[in-house]
Design a protein around this ligand. Sequence first.
Ligand SMILES: Cc1cc2nc3c(=O)[nH]c(=O)nc-3n(C[C@H](O)[C@H](O)[C@H](O)COP(=O)(O)OP(=O)(O)OC[C@H]3O[C@@H](n4cnc5c(N)ncnc54)[C@H](O)[C@@H]3O)c2cc1C
Length: 440
Amino acid sequence: MSSYLKREFGDRFVEDKYAAALYARDALISGAAARILGVVFPIDESEVVKLVKWAIETKTPLFPQGSATSLSGNAAATAPGVVVSFEKMTKLEIHPTDAIAIAQPGVRIEEMNAELSRYGLLFPVDPGSAKSATIGGAIANGAGGMRGVKYGTIRDWVLGLRVVTGRGDLLRLGCRTHKCRNGYDLVKLFIGSEGTLGLITEATVKLAPTPASVIAILAYYDDIETLVEDVAAVRTSGVWPLFAEFVDAPTAGLIGLEERNALFLGVDVVQGAEEWVLEKLSKIRGDIAQTARGFQNAMKLLEPRRKLFYGQIAAARRDGGILVIEDVAVPVSKLPTAVKKLKEAATRRGLPLLLGGHVGDGNLHPATWHRGDFDRVKKFLEDMAEIVLELGGTISAEHGVGLLKRELLAREVGEGVLRYMAEVKKLFDPHNVLNPGKVL
Ligand SMILES: Cc1cc2nc3c(=O)[nH]c(=O)nc-3n(C[C@H](O)[C@H](O)[C@H](O)COP(=O)(O)OP(=O)(O)OC[C@H]3O[C@@H](n4cnc5c(N)ncnc54)[C@H](O)[C@@H]3O)c2cc1C
């Protein structure tokens, strides 16, 4: 079966089982990473079309991948198929006057922003993994990130897509203009579809000007409840943050900060309003340990927050455990209740709990771990779903469903909606060759 791939892709088909195994998993090694046939690295759209047609003919599952930084098994290979890595599709066009960029899926977000900075422009979606995460993977995951409180998620920044569906058809969706009303919004359907409906071969994204003036602080708190209450208070005082991120005390200690609950708060300020913003921020109840001015300095202040995941992994490993990281969101006003109830649920189940996340938009990443006894964690995840759904929240704000959250998805949307989703999957991928077993 692999003779076709060898002939068509030459060195860009890697069969070596050890090399291939590295591609069969995602950042959390979640899911049953399967022994795969190999990894293919297409360089253009026509190769992607050929690959999908071959997969249909040979009934071979394809597992698309950007940088495989997903945390719910979204990018893990779960059957003996082929991983399609978009690492080599990295062309990028920037159109500063139109405030758009046209990117192939393998372009990394941080690299794109380095290019954009020459024009004073920014692609504002900023997952903690932005150094590695690709534009294709971020779109397919519906990613959010550090600046979500001001700019929303990637859903708000994609204007157009080129995709190859599971039928082998190439579709051009959306527009390259900022306004676009050309029928049903299939672009949005593909955002967050986790590689189950089509393979993204190009994206047209909107850009924003880089904020001219930013003020940021790092403040420490003795309790998380006061920290989240302060974030809500800052918002109601008329200050709309650029970022509001936090890590809890145990994680802070593991990533080189003081072992106290740490809040990173940045505000994009209209020039002249700096003093007004500083006066508002001085009212928070935390101890302000650092202040930064200017976009680059604010981003530097925020840098330790990107290590949240590594702190959580370190805590789990130190305890001999396997980490499970979650991704719930509640309305900001409900954060104090959510934090309290999550802590109570973890204690009730006898599980450790670390907290951190994008507190400015109500998105928490509760983390716990197990030593092989996943059942207790499963029960805690069910408690967690019940808590956030009761508070008007969701079981996944940005990481997606992947393998880990399929049951929780059913709980959130219900069987009726799931049936419609299954019909959508059948329409775009009737042979079930694209990332089978994920989401649904
Ligand atoms: C340290 C760390 C911090 C993180 N922080 C955040 C955060 O702040 N916010 C956030 O949202 N996420 C975060 N994540 C999760 C993840 O990094 C993001 O979702 C990221 O955007 C995924 O990009 P990727 O290139 O690694 O995609 P991958 O993991 O490779 O793929 C993601 C999904 O897209 C599919 N896919 C990939 N490329 C294509 C394509 N071309 N066509 C169709 N489907 C495709 C895959 O099959 C998979 O389902 C974090 C992860 C880590 C490890």
